[in-house]
Write a protein that binds this ligand. Structure first.
Ligand code: BJ8
Length: 425
């Protein structure tokens, strides 16, 4: 990354030394995990470039947008509707992070047994190493799991632009009404932030833009049905992660280009892993950049990941929004309908997720499921038990993993994953 960005980072208030250290580790990890893979699709060069510039060029683009009068909205959850943000002339960026940072300081604010995802987000704020967070004009928190809910109360003391969205926990009429009311309240808040009213035209265009981005990633997912697998799980996860940072139209084009490229090897029965390689579906907590630990272990153990039942994956991107509404109100209702289907484990009961996991096993010809739970994440760890049970009933092997962002358990995880992969052969 160019040194020209140092002044930009300084102006954003980053701690340059700490940020240098973070980028050093990120670059090294990327080299080891991604660039060492064989026969990657040529189209992945785009994602390599995005990652090499993730704190550089993309931040500069966002700051240029701000200079031109656009606002930046940061989010920690796939329930924050990008359609509304875009329609009000703002850009949405993901703020979740996948690496431990400033943990000692974080544990002065949050109890130790908080999940790594929440701690990491705090660490990036306290350690002053996240240019996305520092560029955001509005930071949206959401009342999902208890950890996040309570953590946002504390985050509100660290930032002056936190907006908290209430979210239902039950898929009931009342729950639907709450989401409707909250999305309208959010629309009003974003309109105040940008000074731009959402119109029928702008909302329709925004829905189409986000639909196109989701459709492209669906297309990539469907290509992963092929055996031999045309793309590694690591590379597919990376595309799903970049979904949260990149310019939407450019992202859509780049993913579609990879899909075009993959059609040839699929037709020729060529892939990045040999045919009959054990195929794994990963299900559970989101894996934010640079959390590549589990897929690295799985694919080094001789299996291939063929799908992610995760918010950084199919849970977050499936289902398009109906863009046929004739008024802002009709389209807002369509947006609510689309998001209300997201089957996060914070919902109770949550039978849709169990059904979706089984559906994905069938759709992607998976031989087994690894349930990925972050330590101290009650919703997903609790739900991993019914997930395992329902899969066992269908004779689908399932391995439940509970981990964090540290590398301390890599040896132990590798042993368990290798044994699981052997069982699938
Ligand atoms: S819609 S999954 S992005 S809330 S890992 S912080 S659940 S204790 S991230 Fe999520 Fe929205 Fe749901 Fe998706 Fe809590 Fe668990 Fe931590 Fe988590």
């Amino acid at each position: 990354m160019s040194d020209d960005y140092r002044q930009m980072w300084k102006d954003l208030g980053l701690d340059l030394d700490a940020h240098d250290a973070l980028l050093g580790v990120l670059g090294q990890g990327y080299q080891q995990v991604f660039l060492s893979q064989q026969d990657r699709p040529e189209g992945m060069a785009y994602f390599d470039f995005v990652m090499s510039e993730v704190h550089g060029l993309r931040i500069k683009e966002l700051l240029d947008e701000k200079a031109a009068g656009r606002k930046i909205v940061g989010s920690y959850c796939v329930f924050v509707p990008e359609e509304i943000v875009l329609a009000a002339n703002a850009t949405l960026v993901g703020l979740c992070s996948g690496a431990d940072f400033a943990t000692e300081d974080v544990e002065k604010l949050l109890q130790r047994n908080t999940c790594a995802l929440i701690k990491s987000s705090f660490g990036f704020k306290i350690g002053k190493v996240c240019p996305y967070l520092e560029s955001a004009d509005m930071i949206v928190g959401e009342n999902t799991c208890d950890g996040k809910k309570k953590a946002y109360e504390t985050l509100g003391t660290l930032v002056d632009n936190l907006y908290v969205m209430d979210l239902p926990q039950v898929k009931s009429e009342n729950g639907n009404a709450l989401l409707k009311a909250e999305y309208r309240r959010f629309k009003a808040a974003v309109e105040i932030l940008t000074g731009v009213a959402v119109t029928t035209e702008s909302l329709k265009l925004a829905i189409r833009t986000v639909n196109a981005k989701r459709a492209a990633i669906h297309r990539l997912s469907l290509l992963r049905k092929a055996d031999p697998a045309p793309i590694s799980g690591l590379d597919a996860l990376l595309a799903n992660q970049v979904f949260f940072y990149d310019n939407p139209a450019r992202f859509t084009d780049s993913v579609n280009k990879i899909c075009d490229e993959l059609e040839k090897p699929i037709a020729a029965k060529q892939g990045v892993f040999p045919e009959k390689t054990p195929r794994i579906l990963v299900s559970g907590c989101p894996q934010a950049v640079p959390n590549w630990k589990l897929p690295m272990i799985v694919e080094t153990a001789g299996a291939v990941i063929v799908g992610e039942e995760s918010c950084v994956g199919e849970r977050g991107t499936r289902n398009l929004t109906d863009a046929s509404g004739q008024t802002v109100d009709e389209m807002l209702d369509a947006i609510v309908d689309r998001y209300f289907k997201v089957d996060c484990a914070i919902f109770t009961p949550n039978p849709d997720r169990l059904a979706h996991i089984q559906q994905m096993v069938t759709d992607y010809n998976a031989d087994g499921v690894i349930h990925y739970g972050l330590q101290f994440c009650q919703p997903y760890l609790m739900e991993s038990i019914p997930v395992e049970k329902v899969l066992e009933e269908k004779n689908i092997p399932c391995l439940r993993i509970e981990t964090d962002y540290s590398m301390e358990d890599v040896g132990q995880l590798t042993t368990r994953v290798e044994a699981f992969v052997e069982q699938l052969r």
